[in-house]
Design a protein around this ligand. Sequence first.
Ligand SMILES: Nc1ncnc2c1ncn2[C@@H]1O[C@H](COP(=O)(O)OP(=O)(O)OP(=O)(O)O)[C@@H](O)[C@H]1O
Length: 336
Amino acid sequence: MAEPVADRLLDGGADDVERAAEAALRPRRLDEFVGQSTVRDQLSLVLHAALGRGGSPDHVLLSGPPGLGKTTLAMIIAAELGTSLRVTSGPAITHAGDLAAVLSSLEEGEVLFIDEIHRLARPAEELLYMAMEDFRVDVVVGKGPGASAIPLALPPFVAVGATTRAGLLPAPLRDRFGFTGHLDFYDASELEQVLLRSAGLLGTVLEADAAAEIAGRSRGTPRIANRLLRRVRDWAQVRGDGRLDLRAARAALEVYEVDVLGLDRLDRAVLSALCTRFGGGPVGLSTLAVAVGEEPETVETVAEPFLVREGLMGRTPRGRVATPAAWAHLGLTPPA
Ligand SMILES: Nc1ncnc2c1ncn2[C@@H]1O[C@H](COP(=O)(O)OP(=O)(O)OP(=O)(O)O)[C@@H](O)[C@H]1O
């Protein structure tokens, strides 16, 4: 099966092949969902209150970086409400008519999951406001001056929107979600729980110190943790004795060049160029990108966010700078 290549190993996103591999590891109910205790608790209240009233809950907006569990939570919301989930995404809806077709085929109480909702086209967005607020869409019949809008009533439904960029959502759309949950990066002990649970579902036993080792290199992201677990399982099967122990974890992560902080080859190349070729900066993004043989966009979107989040790189008006932690991580001494 095509698994991500080494330089995609630490990316929070996923393609269809990976999503298929992930399906078996998804928590199905709220109490199986590890971490995010605030969002989980708030959502539990929203859902149970609605169930108690015998009605539908408010629409839900989930925001946060890729791979933290937004799709999983949307599926859980439908399961907890005892209803089915319909899935679409901002980029898949190119015309308002596409959205009208999806909305008019919804059954009462169904959950409509709209992934990457910030990428909805403006006319579709406006149609969605009305559908969410009044459970109605206007279907335009005819063209030009003779065109008329025929209102079409929709059954009550629950919209669950997911976005990696909550700031990009126009306020009128954001306001129509009665509940917004922001997912944050997981801490190491939460990722250990995710890993131990996933190993069990894969029919293997992950030793506790191996779980800690993988968790520490997973960039706070369950998707990355599960992906690294599959690589460790491969190593144990092919080169080890089948056990998922600390030795297997360390050896596998070395093969895939994932270091103790969860940095990969590109991250380290960027840091190392910044320190050794530019004296720790400041240096412009494009100069830095040329030095590592990558496009500026790749450096900016793939390597930089994690380096900045980990406090290894700073962004200043004059360019990128290495922090003392970066020098220490590379085992180098900063200039006086
Ligand atoms: N809290 C959690 N507990 C256990 N597993 C989790 C949790 N959150 C996510 N996962 C696992 O991580 C994988 C990715 O999660 P999911 O697809 O829900 O992320 P996402 O935020 O929707 O990402 P994207 O924005 O790329 O769609 C899932 O297969 C799931 O098994």
